[in-house]
Design a protein. Structure first.
Length: 217
């Protein structure tokens, strides 16, 4: 299975600091984004640390049984917990707050499995149909506040984030069949907050037409 990817990140509009981090490993089938939380001096480092922990935890396991999506999900959860452990250690080492949101997609053996902590969202684009497969449920925000209050995130209240406290994180895990021609979009809150799903779909169509005009009606 041949995978192609593109990644783009941009500083925030207000303080011009870039607190996002990206990992894309085609051979592993792992694609992930993290966003440092809280406008602290350690936010960008927290995002990078989270992704390093995700990768390490994902790879620290026995070979998978053929076609076992439960194994894929378990490995992603292990990766998220390792990310959480490392960011907590970073906060203790630096003597301050350090946290990050995390969104990962693992494309392996005919499936794509997502792990999600915090805000941001993932979309699956298949045959010109855009489906949001992972992301913050707006209804959840009614009970949010712990992360916002402790780390002063201005954009939104978060139910949880990597490294925010000693409690284990509970990532949302979703699996979908992967088909040739599928596209994935993983985005942090900067995209989610500023672009509608219609605008995202239009940009994906434009990108597909540039690459192969015959691929999109």
């Amino acid at each position: 299975m041949r995978l192609r990817y593109a990644a783009f990140t941009s500083p925030g509009r207000e303080d011009r600091r870039n607190e996002d981090a990206v990992v894309a490993e085609v051979d592993l089938g792992l694609f992930a984004v993290a966003d440092g939380v809280g406008r602290t001096v350690h936010a960008a480092e927290a995002a990078r640390t989270a992704l390093a922990g995700l990768r390490a935890g994902l790879l620290d396991g026995a070979a998978p049984p053929p076609g076992d999506t439960a194994w894929d999900r378990a490995r992603l959860i292990a990766g998220v917990q390792e990310a959480h452990r490392r960011v907590r250690a970073l906060a203790e080492e630096r003597g301050g707050s350090a946290a990050a949101t995390l969104l990962a997609a693992w494309v392996v053996r005919g499936w794509v499995t997502f792990a999600h902590v915090g805000d941001g969202a993932a979309w699956l684009w298949r045959e010109t149909v855009l489906e949001r497969v992972c992301g913050t449920d707006p209804g959840d925000l009614a009970t949010a506040g712990v992360v916002r209050d402790r780390l002063h995130r201005a954009e939104a209240g978060l139910l949880q984030a990597i490294g925010v406290d000693d409690r284990p994180v509970e990532p949302r895990i979703v699996s979908h069949r992967w088909r040739p021609g599928d596209w994935l979009l993983l985005a942090t809150d900067g995209v989610v907050d500023r672009l509608s799903e219609a605008a995202i779909a239009n940009r994906l169509v434009e990108a597909a037409r540039r690459r192969n005009p015959a691929s999109v009606p």
